[in-house]
Design a protein around this ligand. Sequence first.
Ligand SMILES: [Zn+2]
Length: 120
Amino acid sequence: MTGTTRALRLACVTAAVYLTVLAYTSALHRAHGHAAALCCTAFLLLTAARRETLAARDRRAAAVRAERAARARAYADDRPYAAEYARGWLDLHASCCLTGWHTGGTDHDLVHCTRKDHSR
Ligand SMILES: [Zn+2]
């Protein structure tokens, strides 16, 4: 729920409470028609606040669905490369060090290599 939605909802509820107080005061002064009109207006404001809350909830749910769909598409796009990723990880784990993996063993620094046995 955004700040604008909260502010609008708070304004509607505050106005509805104020109109209810005015309706009560009008009823005390025997202006029953005026009191009924104020009550109806307060009810409309409360209905608007409720609708704004539900609309915000719907917007959030739609945003979550769109985000999930985008993530699912991104994951589906990676699937054709899964075999290549797996082969790359196997090559990396099979190599003796990062330099050895990176250069394919052609430019290998034996001084900094972490593998102890350089005979293979
Ligand atoms: Zn190495």
